[in-house]
Design a protein. Sequence first.
Lengths: 555, 452
Amino acid sequence: MTVNPSGWRPSAPANEQGEAHTVTGNRALMLEEPLIFEIGSVKQTGVDFDEILPGTGRGTSEAGGGCGVQGSEPPPSDLRSATSPCRGGARLAGLERNREIGLAGLSEPEMVRHYTRLSRQNYAIDLGLFPLGSCTMKHNPRLNEKVARLPGFADVHPLQPQETVQGALQVINELAFWLLDLTGMYGVSMSPKAGAHGELCGLLCIRAALEARGDKREVVLVPESAHGTNPATAAFAGYRVENIPANAAGRVDLEALKTRLGPDVAAVMITNPNTCGLFEPDMRAISDAVHAAGAFVYCDGANFNAIVGKVRPGDLGIDAMHINLHKTFSTPHGGGGPGSGPVVLSEALSPYGPLPFVAKMPDGSFRLVEEESAGEEHPHAFGRMVAFHGQMGMFTRALAYILSHGADGLKQVAEDAVLNANYILRSLQDVLDAPFAKSGPCMHEAIFSDRGFADDVNTLDLAKALIDEGFHPMTMYFPLVVHGAMLVEPTETESKGSLDQFIRAVRSIAGRAKAGDQSLKAAPVHAPRRRLDETLAARKPVLVYRDPEPAQAAE
Amino acid sequence: MRYLPLSDADRSEMLRVIGAGSVDELFRDVPEEARLKGPIHGLPMHASELAVERHMAALSRKNMVAGDVPFFLGCGAYRHHIPASVDHIIQRGEYLTSYTPYQPEIAQGTLQMMFEFQTQVARLFGCEVANASMYDGSTAMWEAILMAHRITRRNRTVISSGVHPHYVNVAKTLAQFSEDALATALPELTAESDNERLIGKIGPETSAVVVQYPDILGRITDLTPIADAAHAAGALLIAVVTEPVALGLIRSPGEMGADIVVGEGQSIGVGLQFGGPYVGLFACREKHVRQMPGRLAGETVDAEGKRGFVLTLSTREQHIRREKATSNICTSSVLCALAFTAHLTLLGEKGLRRLASLNHARACEVADRLSAIAGVALVNHSFFNEFTLKLPVEARPAVHALVERGVLGGVSLGRLYPGVDALQNGLVVAVTETATTEDIAALEAALKEVVQ
């Protein structure tokens, strides 16, 4: 036992269950927190307003807040007078709210405490290694948060006249050129809101290009190992989806692909590096075969972080690729979005890219090309994907990230990401089955299977035990081509010390999994919650809070 | 490089463990001819934090900041005051730097917040359930059209002339590639929206009717007759709300019979940000929930019986169903949803009603003052915080002339509907609690000059 320098030792006996029961349910720094609807009230608010009397512009401390308020707090009568511009709510088409909404309010200290307490029940990159394969959880530099909040970016309306937003348009243009230079592509559409939205943008460009040449094709080929978004997007774009098999080395089976190609195939969607963390060495041959069959190559760029600055997709014959700015260029994931998914395009597809886009004019100014001027400048655009111009707040962050690293730093990013993943692969391959380890190095992520685990222990158990060790689990059961897959992506922002600690933890748990240690089934035991009943949640969905029925008055 | 922790000594030691002589050996699957030999030629090298901040700040100063000038733009994005505590909460690393909550035992913060968000959105829209957010309002509307298609097994959608033209363009774009036929129309500068014409378009093949509330010109209309007509034909009513603050003052679409209510949540908690990221809102009837797109948080219990939350009904989603999923959506807009929820929790019902009342009162005042200018007419009978003026001159150059006078005075319909002569004198003006008395006076004076 470790003692403190004074030599004092705890003398109180431990509770019988090994853990002291508390009245509140709290456990020191781990605090239970009810829902806002259980602690707030419709009568409470955490916002004070400047009250302004209509027509006078003068403030008043007792005014109820203008016109049209119904229900519990009617406005003072002077605001409802005939001279009031609101005309007593007559300008609301007679549709004033006439019942309670049920929105609970909290004062500012209560609101801050509520969401701070909840935040402490989340794991995050700021807390530790988050090796979710394919998701690229790397450090989010705080400079990027700062620049995104500069008023010149954060407080600018999307429909301001273009002469008032030249800096914003320049950001989009600068980032666009970086993306083109880094990928060796010809054009870029900045408006897609996320990776899957980018996939849709790319496939619609392909469809528009095919239709422009009068070529109706119906099938998109997708490898079995692809992200679920690939087949879902192809279906969303109106295509039928067929699988392409993988070979024993975890790569696309080129011969099988060539056999399937034909006049009905519109596109092939390839993830490169693929979801097993492997580079497709035949990429150029795949592209050539696809092009020879009159189809296009879509590349899922989710794993571009492994090759940025090392290889340009444009040199591999890619026609369209989305770039997840929230992966490769480290805009924050925010608990599941917002993302951003610009799409780079080949010369053949660029004419079909959607509106709007930013053009640099000969005088050095920037112009947003929208529906109005598209007719002359971009007549083949397939249309518009979003209301405005894409994820500006992500563009500023990504540009700051890219400028911070520069061409040399981005190359180092890819190299360190790949080095870290290979270090994990080689440090674990003797305790976990690594199905592709023999075929050579991996790229930015290492894949393992559950082969060798005791019969009643599975990947989920190992993942949950990692939670108790203080790590976020790796991606589980994906890709589908590896049994009980565990896909580990450490990223370049982990130190060697952090990797070594993770390796020690996985080695220990893998040993227990092989030995059939039943305590794994109980994990996690140290997290804010034990395993949750997902079946119950799906069978009887409770998706919103319902106020409890008022108790019957006692007789 | 400040974001990369490995030292050269670490790299050498790790290569030794791996058994590789150099990092380049790890890239051996990349064909030699495709491998770049050094940093890409012509691009700048890494830069200090100070240098990057300087560059970005210089770019930001080239923009006219909404908060620095009299500002009256709306049409799908609204400038409201956001309390400082909201931005503080969303910058906590536990929210900012976490992922989609696939491991619920260590993601209860995000999951509970999603559940609170879903409840708030459902209540605000007058619906039974809501999802954990979409990309934005425009993509939410398209997803609603597809959802109605799945429910009714019909594919003809009637879109009101009052729907934001960019939203309509998104739907038109995607409908080219699906089996959906859209009936659309251009708005007219009239006091009331053309409900009768809309209702006349509903037929036995109609899957959904889409109406914006308040509409693109700011007009408010009772949705009940449209809902009744849609339901009588076996179709659904989809309502689109681009300014949810309005629902603090006027009745929710759900109360008037809308089956699916979608919207743009930006105006609560999220800044203008030149158009994104924003947060799409999506609510519907409970019986249709299995046809809903997007992430959903649901309540359950853990192994000790404690209440907890998980992502649920995933069998609708792409990572399970692949090409049979209800949507290809994978990301939502959770951090913006958190901002929405934190702001709406600060407001509460009382604050939202008061905020909405203030907005309406100010808008009424501005509408009266501007329509008193010779030649300027107020189009609307009804509006919340946004209304349309008919100017005696073309509005698009007028907007630029207002900028020359230091005023961001509104959105010209010429920008939204290029080439439509009947609309080119229309100016849409939005007035929120952020407009000061001085701002209003400046707009009034500048507009007088511009329309002379």
